[in-house]
Design a protein around this ligand. Structure first.
Ligand code: SF4
Ligand code: SF4
Ligand code: SF4
Length: 416
């Protein structure tokens, strides 16, 4: 046993008369009874051989000389190389029929993609996707459906140029503009998921969204979601919340469940601040209240929260993930467009892409706190955009809840 040490990625949760340990690297859980707990604390070699072997196999005990963080990052960089598809988030416009108080694009000049640029976008995507069997497209804005013509144009051209490939789309939208024409078009666009944001219950949502026309608003968005679900689209509702509006957020989650049950996916996201490096803190109590409700409604699977991340950002860390703005300028991340010096990598009309910036977005950025943190396998240092000092939410979202989640899982499942 002398050659082994306890993993730095063990999280221990004491229970009455036992100890639960979760390893964030292997994502395994063990519950030790009171005697095993005692051995674990005082002399691991006293544990039965079978238990010791299991602890070694599942990384609770690791060889003394090993650097677990180096191993973690090596595996992460391998995952970056194993990219299976290309993915392009395309801003058809920076304009919007809403004017959300928090919109990071409010300060941007209004730009709309024209036909010529759309043609070049399709050519660029075809060129960049030669080695992939799948091309993913994420329609984004502003409100992307304000310029649906370029979506149809790009899809039509891509289908012609890539008849041997699987092409799919996602849309991030405020959900207000769907009508029968757009719903039919969305089928042609091979839409697999539509993400729609709700900012609160009716009064609050409409106060934040500040639609320019009274025909749009909360109720009409909910009606559209119901029509989209009936039409067979997968819908993800993102609920934005802030600490001050917790009561309204809880009411909204209840309302969504009452109206839509589990026909939609739902997640809650704290509103974070762009252009600031301050850490955003939502109190642990508030996070736990929201988390409990989301688990009760089966909108969150706690086991998924505790899964190890294979890559820093499932989007921006891959080489052939790109954001294309309405003028055809290419970035690594939408939120980082405010800092072209850190995120602009090229132009669809030609020229080499900036490999040094692409490489920077692959690498994890961690600070001394991360190197000591047992959550590192779950977050790999957090959102890259934040780490570059562009937005405000640094840490693993559920860091304050992790012991509660471990305890919850141990009660639901039979642990070793
Ligand atoms: S709906 Fe989206 S794009 Fe439109 S103003 Fe709100 S945050 Fe900005
Ligand atoms: S970002 Fe926060 S939660 Fe993630 S490893 Fe660093 S300190 Fe831990
Ligand atoms: S904002 Fe953060 S998590 Fe989102 S794409 Fe950019 S780097 Fe990734």
């Amino acid at each position: 046993m002398t050659q082994y040490k306890k993993s730095q990625y063990n999280i221990e949760v004491e229970k009455l008369g036992s100890l639960i340990i979760y390893n964030t690297y292997s994502c395994k859980l063990i519950e030790l009874d009171s005697i095993e707990y005692h051995y674990w604390m005082d002399d691991v070699s006293q544990l039965p051989d079978e238990t010791i072997n299991w602890l070694i196999q599942n990384r609770f005990l690791v060889v003394k000389g090993i650097n677990e963080t180096v191993q973690l990052f090596d595996e992460m960089l391998k995952s970056c190389i194993n990219q299976k598809k290309s993915f392009f988030r395309i801003l058809t416009t920076t304009g919007c029929n809403a004017d959300c108080t928090y919109c990071f694009e409010r300060e941007f000049p209004r730009k709309i993609m024209d036909e010529e640029t759309a043609n070049s976008v399709a050519d660029f995507i075809t060129d960049k996707s030669k080695q992939y069997k799948t091309i993913g497209l994420g329609w984004f804005g502003g409100e992307p459906l304000l310029n649906k013509e370029v979506i149809s144009l790009i899809i039509y051209k891509l289908k012609n140029q890539n008849s041997d490939k699987n092409i799919y789309s996602t849309i991030t939208t405020n959900g207000s503009l769907f009508d029968s024409t757009i719903i039919e078009a969305a089928k042609e666009w091979n839409v697999t998921n539509i993400q729609i944001t709700l900012d609160g219950t009716e009064k609050r949502h409409d106060m934040i969204k500040r639609y320019k026309s009274k025909k749009y608003g909360f109720k009409q968005t909910i009606d559209n979601i119901k029509i989209l679900v009936k039409s067979g689209f997968k819908i993800t509702i993102r609920i934005n919340y802030s600490e001050q509006d917790i009561i309204d957020t809880l009411k909204l989650i209840d309302y969504v469940y009452c109206e839509l049950k589990n026909t939609v996916k739902v997640y809650c996201s704290p509103l974070f601040i762009m252009g600031s490096v301050e850490e955003l803190e939502i109190s642990s109590a508030i996070e736990s209240i929201i988390l409990k409700k989301m688990i009760d409604y089966s909108y969150i699977n706690p086991e998924i929260i505790l899964k190890r991340r294979k890559i820093t950002c499932g989007l921006a860390s891959y080489s052939d993930y790109m954001v294309i703005d309405p003028n055809g300028i290419i970035y690594k991340c939408c939120e980082a467009m405010v800092r072209p010096d850190l995120s602009k990598i090229g132009d669809i009309r030609g020229g080499e892409l900036d490999e040094s910036i692409i490489e920077r977005w692959k690498q994890p950025t961690v600070d001394s706190n991360c190197l000591k943190c047992e959550c590192l396998p779950l977050c790999l240092g957090g959102c890259k955009c934040t780490r570059l000092g562009i937005s405000s939410m640094k840490c693993f979202r559920y860091k304050t809840q992790i012991k509660n989640i471990i305890q919850y899982i141990s009660e639901q499942t039979s642990v070793r």
